[in-house]
Structures are given as structure tokens and as C-alpha cells.
Design a protein around this ligand. Structure first.
Ligand SMILES: [Zn+2]
Ligand SMILES: [Zn+2]
Length: 369
């Protein structure tokens, strides 16, 4: 157990001091079941020999967490009662006895929420997001979080000095977005429709426009439309305001043929069908939004066959895209300021989730434990 006094290498002029002793207990959000999260006093997690303990400086809310909170569990990721939250950045305050030199206390880090095993069938096929033993880690809405050794070794990155904790905490959702773009095979100069203007849809809009594609955004509510424009969309359609959406979107594509690619970031049967109706022959559709269990989607087989539309559906991220995401953040291509619409102390987390449920136009909230 190490007890160094740590001076964090934070933003210039904003250096903070991490307490040199980790207390025995901490405040943390515990998910108990459906729409039931409480901030409680619990023991600070004990470390295995290759784990590290991170003092959480910021944790970001996420659509996945909202989904998990609503249903009270996640089959693969979280079984209540359980620590909760997965997008974070912080400072290492303790390291296990077998953690080696490169990883040290005082280091500002962004630990991913998962790491693949690197030995199973899918890892050997270079599809580590489908790893049969993908290790998930939750507990970001807390003062401290244990980062398991496998994540420390494979999916925890040091945050460069000029990058803030909030910017760095975007790595996980951004990695999913970048992998989605890669899997869809989008090239610069193409016209891409993004359906859905929540944080993920807006992430696609931002990264696609940074990379020189013409982005048409489909969302709802004026606040989403304004965000989509600010992040680079050349045109926006508010579904609440418009009739013949598919036809209107296609009018903005070359010869009215349809978009080169369509990204669906909502997760509903209807929006999956819109995506297939908006794409041109030979184009690609990325069905990124996961639909609720039991959803059935009708698909016209002729769209797939005679029009040669490729359907992709990306899940999660891989170590490669975790790194590419941090690189994009370092280059300033994505900033928390565009996605984080509010800040709240940990004690207000239950209220923050209630607000997200009512969808008051907020994107992400930065929880400061
Ligand atoms: Zn997330
Ligand atoms: Zn594996």
C-alpha cells in the first residue's frame, strides 16, 4: 500500500492536491433496482495486486446508464445492488503491489469501462468487442473506483496535461462512435444522415463533419437541432415539425438518390426503417441504437438485394478506438463543452436521473464526487 503525497498535474493554474491518505469509506451511488439509485456510504474498494484505485474527479451520465437505471439491471454489465456509472476520469491514489512502474500514483487517467481477455475465440479473430469474457467495470459515480488489473494493462490511458478531466471522460462514448464510423466505411466528401441527436448522435455529427462529410441531422426538439448545427450538420430536420421526412432528407442528396450512409442512433423499429429508406443503392446503414428487447423490425428484402445496401450494427468499442478517441480529444476535435450541459454533486445523482427520464433537453451531466 502506497501513501504518497500527490500533486496532480492538472490544467495550468488549476492544480489540485489529492489527499495523501485514502479513507476507509466513501460516498458512492448504489443501484438497487428499477429507477432506484441511492448515494450511500460504503467501504472504499480493496485492491487486488494488479488493480489501482482512482479518485474520481468527474463522472459523466450516459444514455446506457439511463437505460440500466430504468430497467434496474444490465444482463452483462450490472446486477444490483451494485456500484454504478462508467464514464470517468481521475487520479490514481493507490496501486496494487504488482502494478509496475509505468502506472503510478498521482497519474491522471481515463480508465475504460471494459477490457477484452485477448485469448478467447473472438479476441483471436481481432473482434475484441465481442470478447466472450469481456470484463466490465462500473462504479464511476463514487469518490473512488477500483480499476481491475486487466483494464489497467489494456484500456487505461494517461491524460495529457493540457486535457481536462471532463474532456478525457468522453473517451468511452467517443470510442464507440469512432468504431461505428470505421465499421460503416464512410469516406470524406460523402453525404451521411444521422438519425438521433442525443449525445451519441451528436458525437457522430461532430466526428463526421470534422472528417469532411456532409451531415444531415434528424432529431427532435429545437435544442437538439441547435446542437446538431453547432457541431457541424449542414441541415437539420425536426421530426416533430416535418411531414414526408424520408423524401425531404433524400432531396438533399445528389440526384435525390439517398445518402451514401445513414447512422441510426435512436434504437427504435421505426427509425431503423427510416435509415433503410434514406440510404442510396450500394450505400451503408449503421444501426447503432440498440432496440428494446422484443422489438421486431420489418425489412423489405429487395432493399438489401437489388439495392445492395449493407447493414452494419456496431457494439461497444475496442482498445484501438479507445486510443483513437483520446487522440481526437487531444487534437481538440471533441470538447466536453459541446456535450456536457450541466454539473451536479454526487448527492444529486438520483435527481439527475429523474430529470434525464423526463428529457428536459440536457445532454450529459458532469457528476463531481
Ligand atoms: Zn457510456
Ligand atoms: Zn476475449
Amino acid at each position: 500500500m502506497s501513501q504518497p503525497s500527490i500533486h496532480e498535474a492538472g490544467l495550468p493554474g488549476r492544480a489540485t492536491v489529492v489527499p495523501d491518505r485514502v479513507p476507509g469509506n466513501m460516498r458512492a451511488a448504489i443501484l438497487h433496482g428499477r429507477e432506484d439509485v441511492k448515494v450511500e456510504r460504503v467501504e472504499v474498494p480493496k485492491l487486488g495486486e494488479d488493480d489501482v484505485l482512482v479518485r474520481v474527479h468527474v463522472a459523466l451520465t450516459c444514455g446506457t446508464d439511463l437505460k440500466v437505471w430504468k430497467q434496474g439491471f444490465h444482463e452483462r454489465m450490472i446486477k444490483p445492488p451494485a456500484l454504478f456509472g462508467h464514464e470517468l476520469a481521475g487520479v490514481i491514489v493507490e496501486t496494487g503491489s504488482a502494478v509496475d512502474g509505468g502506472v503510478r500514483t498521482g497519474m491522471r487517467v481515463v480508465p475504460s469501462n471494459s477490457a477484452p481477455c485477448e485469448t478467447c475465440f473472438y479476441c483471436r479473430k481481432d473482434q475484441p468487442n465481442l470478447c466472450e469474457d469481456l470484463l466490465f467495470n462500473n462504479g464511476a459515480y463514487a469518490e473512488y473506483i477500483r480499476i481491475p488489473g486487466r483494464i489497467v494493462r489494456r484500456n487505461m490511458l494517461e491524460i495529457p496535461d493540457n486535457v481536462s478531466f471532463q474532456d478525457a471522460a468522453l473517451v468511452e462514448p467517443l470510442a464507440c462512435v469512432l468504431r461505428g464510423i470505421h465499421e460503416t466505411g464512410i469516406r470524406s466528401g460523402e453525404t451521411v444522415v444521422v438519425i438521433g441527436c442525443g449525445p451519441i448522435g451528436l458525437g457522430f455529427i461532430r466526428m463526421l463533419s470534422v472528417r469532411g462529410t456532409r451531415v444531415i441531422a434528424v432529431g427532435k426538439r429545437p435544442s437538439q437541432m441547435r446542437a446538431a448545427e453547432r457541431l457541424g450538420a449542414i441541415a437539420t430536420f425536426d421530426v416533430a415539425e416535418i411531414e414526408n421526412l424520408v423524401a425531404q432528407v433524400k432531396q438533399l442528396t445528389e440526384g435525390g438518390r439517398g445518402a451514401d450512409a445513414v447512422i441510426e442512433a435512436v434504437g427504435r423499429a421505426e427509425t431503423w426503417q427510416w435509415a433503410l429508406a434514406m440510404v442510396r443503392k450500394g450505400g451503408a446503414v449503421q444501426l447503432f441504437g440498440g432496440c428494446p428487447r422484443g422489438t421486431e423490425v420489418k425489412i423489405d428484402p429487395s432493399v438489401l438485394h437489388y439495392s445492395e445496401v449493407a447493414i452494419k450494427s456496431s457494439f461497444h468499442h475496442t482498445p484501438r478506438f479507445i486510443r483513437e478517441a483520446l487522440d481526437a480529444i487531444v487534437r481538440g476535435e471533441v470538447r466536453a463543452a459541446d456535450f456536457v450541459t450541466g454539473e451536479a454533486p454526487l448527492s444529486e445523482l438520483p435527481a439527475v436521473f429523474q430529470q434525464m427520464k423526463n428529457r428536459n433537453g440536457e445532454l450529459k451531466t458532469a457528476i463531481i464526487p
